[in-house]
Structure formats: structure tokens, C-alpha cells
Design a protein around this ligand. Structure first.
Ligand code: ZN
Ligand code: ZN
Length: 282
């Protein structure tokens, strides 16, 4: 088939073609900060005043890229800036971990994708997250006719605490754990998993993470937190999963990027905004 033949295929066929041809995927960190971002407003600490670009962190989010598909994990308050920085001109799906502010406050920004090509974005989330979203953003669930001021999303709540979903032709595994009583979802594609905002979990989580070799995991700071893993707790969790490489996210201003990475093993490092991780789908 000529190159011209490929480019003339209809987009759905081309998408299938590109997925089949690419067994690899990439995860791009759009943001790696804890809920307040780094620097923190009004803070005088050395990290918040650091000139090192990797100490500047936007709120936690990332994009899974497989072929021409782009799946966004969480849509925090910095989403517009992140989308512009990374040229996120198209979006095929939104995966939500949970509905705390730092993970959903940019949801209204998704309106631009509907205005561009009238395509509604499928959103995958837990039943609990869907119920909470209905309270926080009731207007997202109102039927509209004519011009819209809100994002146009189709919601697909998970049926169980863990399972498999089809996201635009790709199998995505979801699993759940808790953060101070809030149910949070983690996601897995092939040998890659994204586990953020984890505090309490069931032992069965390790069954769902068996075989993961590229892990994104949240770790807030050195001192204990009621909401997040400390650095030591994250390292201990990694020891149970045994991935080849772990990049830590959801990082507070208590951790300097370079100094912290020097005391961590090479296989476990703090991620930075714009960092990437390659993974294998099957
Ligand atoms: Zn968070
Ligand atoms: Zn600070």
C-alpha cells in the first residue's frame, strides 16, 4: 500500500491500523505537583524559590498516547496551560481517578474540543466519582440545544471495584483504593499502571498490579500524611509491585527534585512536568 493510500483511509480505519502497528505507548506527565502546585502561593521555602525548572510543578495529570489515540488522566486546574504546552489539540477519552479539586477543576476547559469538531468526549470513572461530579458540576448533565458553554462529555461509570473497560478500542484495566474515605481509581494499560492519591488499599491490589513494569505512583513528602504515601511508604509499595521503573508524582514543595532523586534508587525517581515513560501494550 502506498503512503498516499494510507493517508487516504478514513480516520477510524487509520486509528485501528495505527493501534495494531504500535505495541508501544507513552505516558506524558502534564503535571506532577501536589494539590497546591509548586511553587505554593506565598511560600518562602527554598523549593518554592528554586530556579531549577524541575522544581516548578503543575497539578497532577497525564496523557496516555497510543498510536493516534490520546487519553487524558485527570483534568486539574492547570489543564489549559498544560494542553497548550503539550499541543494537546485532540482528546479521545478522559479517565478520572477521583473528584478532588486538583484532579477535576479544569473540566470546563474540555468545552473547546466540542466546539472544534462537535465530538463528545467519553469519560470513565467510578460510580462514586460520577455521583460527586453531578453535585459539583450539575450543568454538565443538562441536555442542551444550540450553543454550549459547558464541556460535552459522555459518562461511563465502572460496574465494579475493578475490571476491564474498552476505551476507544484499547483494553484498560481499572482498580480501586482509598484516600481518607474517598474511593480513587487507578488505571493499567499493558505493563503500565497509574496509581495516584493512594492511602488505604486492599491486598488484592497487588494482584491487579502483577506484571507491571512501568509504574506511576503518588508520594507527597518525607513526613507522614493522612491522605498520601510518604516517600518511604511509596518505596515500600514499589517493593511489593517490583516494577522495572517507577516515577513518583503528586509531589509537594517539601521535596527538592535533584536532592530527592540523589537519595532514591535509580529505578525509583521523582517525575517532572513533561517527563515521559514508554510502555508495552501486550
Ligand atoms: Zn490529589
Ligand atoms: Zn514552599
Amino acid at each position: 500500500m502506498s503512503a498516499e493510500g494510507i493517508s487516504n483511509l478514513d480516520p477510524p480505519w487509520y486509528n485501528l491500523f495505527s493501534i495494531c502497528m504500535s505495541k508501544k505507548g507513552q505516558f506524558i506527565f502534564l503535571g506532577t505537583a501536589a494539590s497546591a502546585g509548586v511553587p505554593v502561593i506565598g511560600c518562602q521555602c527554598p523549593v518554592c524559590h528554586s530556579s531549577h525548572s524541575q522544581n516548578i510543578r503543575l497539578r497532577p495529570s497525564g496523557v496516555i498516547r497510543v498510536g493516534r489515540k490520546r487519553f487524558l488522566i485527570d483534568v486539574g486546574p492547570d489543564f489549559r496551560q498544560q494542553a497548550l504546552q503539550h499541543g494537546l489539540d485532540d482528546l479521545d477519552a478522559l479517565l478520572l481517578t477521583h473528584t478532588h479539586y486538583d484532579h477535576i477543576a479544569g473540566i470546563d476547559e474540555l468545552r473547546v474540543y466540542y466546539l472544534k469538531d462537535q465530538k463528545r468526549i467519553p469519560c470513565f470513572l467510578s460510580q462514586e466519582s460520577l455521583s460527586d461530579l453531578k453535585k459539583r458540576y450539575d450543568y454538565l448533565f443538562q441536555k442542551i440545544s444550540g450553543p454550549t458553554l459547558s464541556a460535552q462529555l459522555d459518562f461511563f461509570p465502572f460496574e465494579k471495584d475493578h475490571g476491564m473497560i474498552d476505551v476507544e478500542g484499547l483494553p484498560v484495566q481499572y482498580m480501586s483504593y482509598f484516600q481518607a474515605g474517598t474511593k480513587v481509581s487507578g488505571f493499567r494499560l499493558g505493563d503500565f499502571a497509574y496509581i495516584s492519591d493512594i492511602r488505604e488499599y486492599d491486598e488484592s491490589l497487588f494482584i491487579h498490579l502483577k506484571g507491571v513494569s512501568k509504574l506511576v505512583l503518588s508520594a507527597l513528602r518525607d513526613t507522614p500524611s493522612p491522605l498520601h504515601f510518604s516517600l518511604d511508604e511509596a518505596v515500600a509499595f514499589v517493593g511489593r509491585v517490583k516494577p522495572e521503573k517507577t516515577l513518583l508524582t503528586h509531589i509537594s514543595h517539601a521535596l527538592d527534585h535533584e536532592k530527592t532523586n540523589r537519595r532514591l534508587p535509580p529505578s525509583i525517581q521523582l517525575a517532572f512536568d513533561g517527563d515521559e515513560m514508554e510502555f508495552t501494550l501486550a
